[in-house]
Design a protein around this ligand. Structure first.
Ligand code: ADP
Ligand code: MG
Length: 684
């Protein structure tokens, strides 16, 4: 290719560089720069009939122009048509303007009238000097977001050129358009940029017009096609088939103190079916907090290990790694499987020995934090990568771990990602490039719903009494310190102060403290003492947010709950009610509440189900922020909305499959048209 795709439009270099400032690098992208609103200049309104608050177009003759100094410096122009007079006021103006607005000049104005001291006036109307006979435009005038040095008029001109010269060949098969009743692409873009139909404006602005339906459908279709193409590419990679050992699995299951739930069994089967294939699995396991994902991961690891390969398990925090390691190692060790764990906090000697065992293959299971990603980590034969709390890792990080195997040029390990931040089905369908989904619905038996209470923090004393009573009766409690985003140091201070205060208040209880600045050993010791029941009350920062599993803890106090996000609150709350006892979560909040904080607290108060919390969260925040990818916007839809346009999404998914199957080349052209306009390809 080479060159500048915008050259096709025959625009000056200056205009092209302005368009690039708006991130419009392709003719098609220029056409996707859609109007903010429209102004109606197709009809002229007599001055006498102008209505305040309604923008209108006026043609009038200049009667008098002057610069006044009071009440402040401004340009005042008196104009008149056959019906009445009108005063124009400009607070910002140039000398040239005064010259141009000499008496008798004919103007076409666009603006809103308002009643002034001296009769009707308009402040800063848009205006144009009329030559002898300037016909009125036939179509509504679109108004766009623009950038310095690119006037609305010039931007309109660019878009006009793009409508004429961009490649708008209709790519969608006729059948698809007919069945879905989609208008043509070119027709739709023209309608959006230059509506000739006044009646359509409302629908255009609300993006419910059929032209918008076409645009959204095309976008979603392009995304679905690119996912399918990713999948095809993945299926060409080689992965080791991992049939596992039926006998070892049997032993593993027999030794478990519980039976797998139906949901766990189903998900294990889905994973098994992937693991025996000769190309890499790419599966996301979604399960609410406490749904029992760890045992599913352990079984997958066993499958890899008993097939003669290594398994790596990566988690975002040290505490979580520690817990995972304990839970899984305890199950696998009796089967003669050896594990190591690798975090940033190992001593040099420990680290070297761990690395050696990973490289030699002696370590069959490796559990670790980001430390696993360093290139000093080399596996002998990595068959499976499990990533817990995958939303905490970036796409690149997940891909990096794949390449840690000595044979990574020959084989790609299978990948299982796990997340307790449930991603609504519609969103995952439209966001994740090529990912299969398993859903662990339902919790292990015997769980009682957690009681959630919202408590004004002026009633803190009652909360303290409640915690004391619970702990004295043999229960255990978490006390979660507020999130202080601006400063980790401040958060630490708060945690320490809270710990000191509560230790003083509860001389009869054993109180522990865990926070992010402690080293692994300290954290692990503290968690162990809590898990063993030696501590009754654990003061913690949000480091305990994910994955921590102490079934005897039944009560959780969260300070300044209004500062936390929904996912975080739900995760925290999921730390309790893990055993047979009733769990109680007390959310302390501080007045006054912002409307968003109020809305969040209401959601967490009313909902137990993580999927519902997630759906509400998505509604409150929008997909970009929800997925934490607002900056990169990676893979996000610009026009379509997976929730609102669910029907379109389903149609697009269906048609993408058919199209890729029967005319892959055409389908790819469609995807590329959209993707190159976005200047980025979806990453796997
Ligand atoms: P999460 O999905 O949040 O990672 P965990 O895997 O930590 O959840 O499981 C939560 C708790 O449920 C653990 O204490 C675990 O031992 C227990 N558990 C898991 N599966 C079952 C089951 N089938 N029956 C009973 N308890 C289970
Ligand atoms: Mg977990």
């Amino acid at each position: 290719m080479g060159g500048d795709p915008l050259e096709e439009l025959g625009l000056t270099p200056a205009l092209r560089s302005r368009l690039k400032k708006l991130h419009l690098h392709h003719p098609f992208a220029v056409l996707l720069h859609t109007p903010l609103r429209y102004e109606d200049e197709t009809r002229v309104t007599p001055i006498a009939s102008l209505q305040p608050g309604q923008p209108a177009c006026v043609e009038a003759r200049v009667v008098h122009t002057e610069v006044t100094q009071r009440p402040r410096k401004m340009l005042k122009v008196l104009v008149r048509d056959e019906s009445a007079a009108l005063v124009l006021r400009f607070l910002h103006f140039y000398g040239g303007q005064i010259q141009a607005l000499q008496p008798d000049t004919m103007l076409r104005l666009f603006g809103e009238v308002r009643p002034g001291l001296l009769g009707a006036e308009m402040v800063h109307p848009r205006y144009r000097i009329l030559q002898a006979h300037s016909p009125l435009p036939q179509t509504l005038t679109p108004i766009y977001t623009t950038t310095a040095g690119l006037s609305q008029e010039r931007l309109r001109y660019c878009i006009q050129r793009a409508l004429q010269h961009a490649d708008l060949e209709e790519l969608l098969p006729l059948e698809m358009r007919q069945v879905l009743q989609l208008p043509g692409l070119e027709e739709s873009l023209r309608m959006i940029h230059q509506p000739s139909d006044h009646g359509a404006v409302q629908a255009l602005l609300e993006r419910t017009h059929r032209s918008w339906k076409r645009l959204k459908f095309d976008e979603i279709l392009a995304q679905q096609i690119s996912m399918l193409l990713h999948r095809e590419r993945r299926q060409k990679l080689k992965a080791p088939p991992l049939p596992g050992s039926a006998q070892q699995r049997q032993t593993f299951l027999q030794r478990l103190p519980f039976a797998l739930t139906q949901a766990q069994q189903r998900v294990v089967e889905e994973i098994d079916a992937d693991l025996v294939k000769p190309f890499p699995m790419q599966r996301l396991l979604q399960g609410d907090v406490g749904s029992g994902k760890t045992m599913v991961a352990a079984l997958a690891c066993l499958q890899a290990i008993s097939s003669g390969y290594q398994a790596a398990l990566m988690a975002p925090t040290e505490i979580l790694c520690d817990q995972l390691f304990r839970q899984i190692d305890a199950r696998l060790q009796p089967l003669g499987i050896s594990s190591v764990w690798l975090t940033g906090q190992l001593s040099r000697k420990e680290r070297e020995s761990a690395l050696a065992r990973i490289h030699s293959g002696l370590a069959q299971l490796v559990v670790g934090t980001h430390a696993l990603l360093q290139d000093t980590v080399v596996f002998k034969a990595l068959g499976l990568v499990v990533i817990d709390e995958q939303q905490r890792f970036g796409v690149e990080q997940r891909l990096l771990l794949r390449q840690r195997s000595e044979q990574s040029n020959l084989i790609t390990p299978h990948q299982l990602m796990m997340s307790a931040t449930p991603i609504p089905r519609t969103l995952s369908m439209s966001y994740f490039a090529d990912l299969d989904l398993s859903v662990l619905d339902g919790l292990p038996p015997g769980r009682q719903p957690i009681i959630t209470k919202l408590v004004d923090d002026r009633r803190r004393q009652q909360v303290i009494e409640r915690v004391r009573a619970t702990c004295l009766q043999g229960g255990q409690a978490y006390w979660v310190c507020p999130l202080i985003e601006e400063s980790e140091v401040l958060q630490l201070q708060t945690a320490v102060a809270t710990f000191e205060y509560l230790s003083g208040t509860f001389p009869d209880l054993q109180v522990g403290l865990v926070h992010g600045r402690m080293n692994t050993q300290q954290k692990a010791d503290c968690m162990m003492r809590f898990a063993a029941g030696q501590l009754q009350l654990l003061v913690a920062t949000t480091v305990i947010e994910v994955g921590v599993d102490v079934p005897a803890a039944t009560i959780m106090v969260i300070e300044h709950a209004e500062r936390m996000g929904l996912a975080q609150l739900h995760q925290l709350r999921g730390r309790i009610g893990r055993g047979q006892q009733q769990g109680v979560c007390l959310l302390l909040y501080h007045h006054p509440l912002s409307s968003l904080a109020r809305a969040r607290l209401k959601v967490i108060f009313e909902n137990q189900d993580g999927f519902e919390v997630a759906r509400q969260d998505l509604l409150l925040r929008g997909p970009g922020e929800y997925l934490g990818i607002r900056q990169s916007g990676e893979g996000l839809l610009r026009f379509g909305d997976p929730e609102r346009d669910e029907a379109l999404l389903r149609d697009a998914a269906l048609w993408a499959k058919r199209w890729v199957a029967c005319a892959p080349h055409e389908a790819q052209r469609h995807a590329l048209r959209w993707l190159s306009s976005e200047q980025e390809l979806l990453s796997a």
